[in-house]
Design a protein around this ligand. Structure first.
Ligand SMILES: Cc1ncc(COP(=O)(O)O)c(C=O)c1O
Length: 413
């Protein structure tokens, strides 16, 4: 048998890490387990009929263009539609050469790393942060340094301290990566005041801001807060958006926005990756959007997911012991649990599986293996009755763990 170890690149050996979520997703296929694992949309809400109508039109009327290779930047009509969408919905003003269509935001991370990062570079991330982005950063052998968060997002005093301490060691972070809306995994939202101040800090320390916003349209309470990109007068903010959570992830379509010079580099990097994003998918999506179907669909989904969120929060309030802290997201897919420090959610995972409920271990979203007492719950894909039952099961597991700890503590006194 050929031994490939000596062939693998340093990057493949040192940088590539399997995603904890992908590992856990296999439990989602056991129907007896209620899984709060993956941040997948509910397929019941996929707009099958209207998307089929758009796709039929494209296949019949735009056949040659839709089945051909396209430009690396993406289909012009879709980019123009998105420029208009960004200006109307988010006050983000863009020129055509400031936007490129990517294969989901995930490709955006990869391309961004390709054009900005060298091995050994430092980037700043929220703690906790999105696994997919962390995995992309690890793949480029950089050092992610994490900045703590509270219920209003990243803590700016901590950010300044970290920047100053890194500065003393002559380390200059290339960028800070943030998910300001209904964060994955913590479910919290970065306040407007902090968005403004974050941009000022980024300018002071001369770093870029990578703003990732997959969930920002799925609002269940409160008003939309404008993206950091809308306040960017220096071209410092790179803004990533995706159709994955507002249409469906099988499309693999995202839009990447930034300063012209950076987008140009990203276009060149993408040429060597895949030449172009799916023409067929882009034309069908454009047609779907042009017909005015996106906005009502997003509004419909927001009402549906809001009900799931309410069900989960109600069940948590009813069944969880008071020792467990939880976030109450005003949009998106996730609730974040903080168990007492003495509990280990990584080890408890197997007990939860025995009790037929699955979650994602919070430590997977931490850079240095911290957060062993944290858990991410996703309510997006689970039916309301199953949400209540799953929370009941999890509450029982957590309560038992707390009881065991209390008994052991009493004995050792
Ligand atoms: C915060 C965040 N960023 C990016 C992505 C990736 O999205 P895409 O499907 O567009 O690659 C996800 C997907 O779950 C996400 O939660």
């Amino acid at each position: 048998m050929l031994d490939l170890d000596s062939f693998f690149s340093k990057r493949a050996v040192e940088g590539f890490k399997p995603s904890a979520i992908r590992e856990i997703l296999k439990y989602g296929s056991d129907p007896s387990i209620i899984s709060f694992g993956g941040g997948y949309p509910d397929p019941q809400y996929f707009p099958k009929e209207y998307f089929t109508e758009a796709m039929d039109y494209v296949l019949c009327s735009l056949t040659d263009k839709a089945l051909q290779y396209g430009s690396t930047e993406g289909v012009k009509e879709l980019r123009e539609w998105l420029i208009n969408f960004e200006e109307e919905e988010e006050k983000v003003k863009l020129e055509l050469d400031e936007i490129i269509i990517t294969i989901g935001s995930q490709q955006g991370f990869d391309l961004l790393c390709k054009v900005l990062l060298d091995p050994g570079d430092t980037v700043l991330v929220e703690e906790p942060s999105y696994i997919g982005a962390l995995t992309a950063f690890y793949g480029f052998q950089v050092n992610p340094v994490s900045v703590p968060m509270d219920e209003s997002g990243i803590i700016l005093e901590e950010l300044e301290n970290i920047c100053q301490n890194l500065g003393k060691k002559n380390i200059k972070p290339k960028f800070i990566y943030v998910i300001p809306n209904f964060q994955n995994p913590a479910g919290v939202t970065l306040s407007l005041e902090r968005r403004v101040r974050l941009l000022e800090i980024a300018s002071k320390y001369n770093m870029l801001v990578v703003e990732d916003n997959p969930y920002g349209d799925l609002i269940y309470e409160g008003d939309k807060i404008l993206p950091i990109k809308s306040m960017d007068t220096e071209g410092k903010v790179i803004y990533l958006r995706t159709f994955s959570k507002i249409l469906f992830p099988g499309l693999r379509l995202g839009w990447f926005m930034g300063n012209k010079a950076l987008v140009r580099k990203v276009v060149i990097a993408k040429q060597s990756s895949d030449l172009c994003t799916t023409s067929l998918g882009q034309y069908a999506t454009y047609e779907y959007c042009r017909r005015g179907y996106l906005k009502p669909h997003v509004e419909y989904m927001a009402t549906r997911y809001a009900r799931k969120r309410n069900t989960m929060i109600k069940a948590i309030e009813k069944y969880f012991p008071p020792e467990v802290k939880y976030t109450r997201p005003s949009g998106g897919y996730f609730v974040w649990l903080t168990l007492p420090e003495y509990l280990n959610a990584d080890e408890m995972f197997w007990k939860a599986i025995e009790a037929k409920v699955a979650y994602v271990i919070g430590s997977a979203f931490h850079v240095e293996g911290r957060g062993k007492n944290t858990i991410r719950l996703s309510f997006s894909q689970v039916g309301e009755t199953a949400i209540t039952e799953g929370i009941k099961r999890l509450a029982k597991v957590i309560t038992q763990e707390i009881d065991i700890f209390n008994k052991i503590s009493a004995i050792s006194l």
